[in-house]
Design a binder for this molecule. Structure first.
Ligand code: PLP
Length: 286
C-alpha cells in the first residue's frame, strides 16, 4: 500500500481526496517543496522546510505546522512507504473556501498534503550531460517563492521537450536567470558564476549546497548576473536541483558547450556534492 499524508492523516493513496474548492486547486494559492531521500534519509530537510515556511510567509500564509512537526510526519511517511531512494513532494494551500480571489478568513484550515516517489539518482544525465534550449523568462517577479503557480515554468519545460531537450534555460532580455526547474551556473576560467539569490530566481537548496562546497574547497564562486554572451562562451555549464543534483549542460540550442562533454570543474563539483550527500545520508552506490 502506498501512503500519502493529508492534514496529518496517513491514508491509502487511492482513498486520498481533495475538495474541488481547495484554493491550491483553484488558484494555485499555496507553496510546496520537494526533498530528496537517499538510503531512507532526507537530505537537507531542514533547509527545505525552512524555505517552505519562508515561502508561506511571503504569500501571507503562516504555515500551521512547525518544521519539526513536518519533519516527523515525513519521516513516518518514508518509513510507511519503505522509501529508499526517491523524493517527497509536499504542498500547503490556503485551504478550502467558496471561490473568491480575496483570502478567506484566517480560521480556514490550510491543506497539507505529501506523497513519496521512488526514484534513483539521475546517473546517466550526470555522467553524459544534457542538452538545452533558451527561452525568454516570462514569469512573475516573485520567483523566490516556491509557489504552486508553475505555468511559466511548465510552459518553458514543454518547449524544451518539444525541441528534444532536457531543460530550458530562461533569460530576461540579456540576463540568464535559471532553468524551468533548476538553477544555472556557468564556469569561466575555473570560477563558478550564478545569478544572485534575488526575486528573479528560486534560491535552490542544491545551489546553496553547491556554493558551500565550492567555497570550502577553494573553487572560486561569484553570485552575479551574467549575460547570454557569457553563457554561450562559458567553459562549462551545469544545472542544479533536488532531482537533477549537479548535471552538466553540453549543448545550448544546438551549439556545443566547450568541447561538448562535461568539464573537469563540473565533475569535481559533482563529487563534492556526492560527498555532502553521503555525510548526511550514508554511502551511495552510484
Ligand atoms: C524554478 C526552479 N529553480 C531552481 C530549482 C532548484 O531548487 P532546489 O535545489 O531547491 O531543488 C527548482 C527546483 O524545483 C525550481 O523549480
Amino acid at each position: 500500500m502506498e501512503y500519502v499524508i493529508i492534514n496529518g492523516d496517513f491514508i491509502n493513496r487511492s482513498d486520498a481526496k481533495i475538495d474541488m474548492e481547495d484554493r491550491g486547486y483553484q488558484f494555485g494559492d499555496g507553496v510546496y517543496e520537494v526533498i530528496r531521500v537517499y538510503n531512507g534519509k532526507m537530505f537537507t530537510a531542514k533547509e527545505h522546510l525552512e524555505r517552505l515556511m519562508v515561502s508561506g510567509k511571503k504569500i501571507g500564509m503562516e504555515i500551521s505546522y512547525s518544521v519539526q512537526e513536518i519533519k516527523d510526519m515525513l519521516t513516518e511517511l518514508i518509513s510507511k512507504n519503505q522509501l529508499t531512494h526517491g523524493t517527497i513532494y509536499m504542498q500547503v494551500s490556503r485551504g478550502i473556501a467558496p471561490r473568491n480571489h480575496a483570502y478567506p478568513a484566517t480560521d480556514v484550515a490550510q491543506t497539507f498534503v505529501a506523497n513519496t516517489k521512488s526514484v534513483d539518482r539521475p546517473a546517466r544525465n550526470m555522467e553524459k550531460g544534457v542538452n538545452t534550449i533558451l527561452v525568454e523568462d516570462i514569469r512573475w517577479l516573485l520567483c523566490d517563492i516556491k509557489s504552486l503557480n508553475l505555468l511559466g515554468n511548465i510552459m518553458a519545460k514543454q518547449k524544451a521537450v518539444d525541441a528534444g531537450c532536457f531543460e530550458a534555460i530562461q533569460h530576461r532580455g540579456d540576463i540568464v536567470t535559471e532553468g524551468s526547474s533548476s538553477n544555472v551556473s556557468i564556469i569561466k576560467d575555473g570560477k563558478v558564476i550564478t545569478h544572485p539569490a534575488d526575486n528573479l530566481i528560486l534560491n535552490g537548496i542544491t545551489r546553496q549546497k553547491v556554493l558551500e562546497v565550492c567555497r570550502n574547497n577553494n573553487i572560486p564562486v561569484e553570485e552575479r548576473e551574467f549575460s547570454l554572451e557569457e553563457l554561450k562562451s562559458a567553459d562549462e555549464i551545469f544545472i542544479s536541483g533536488t532531482t537533477v543534483e549537479v548535471t552538466p549542460i553540453i549543448e545550448i540550442a544546438g551549439e556545443k558547450v566547450g568541447d561538448g562533454t562535461p568539464g573537469a570543474v563540473s565533475r569535481q563539483i559533482q563529487e563534492l556534492f556526492k560527498k555532502a550527500i553521503e555525510e548526511e545520508c550514508g554511502c551511495l552506490n552510484n
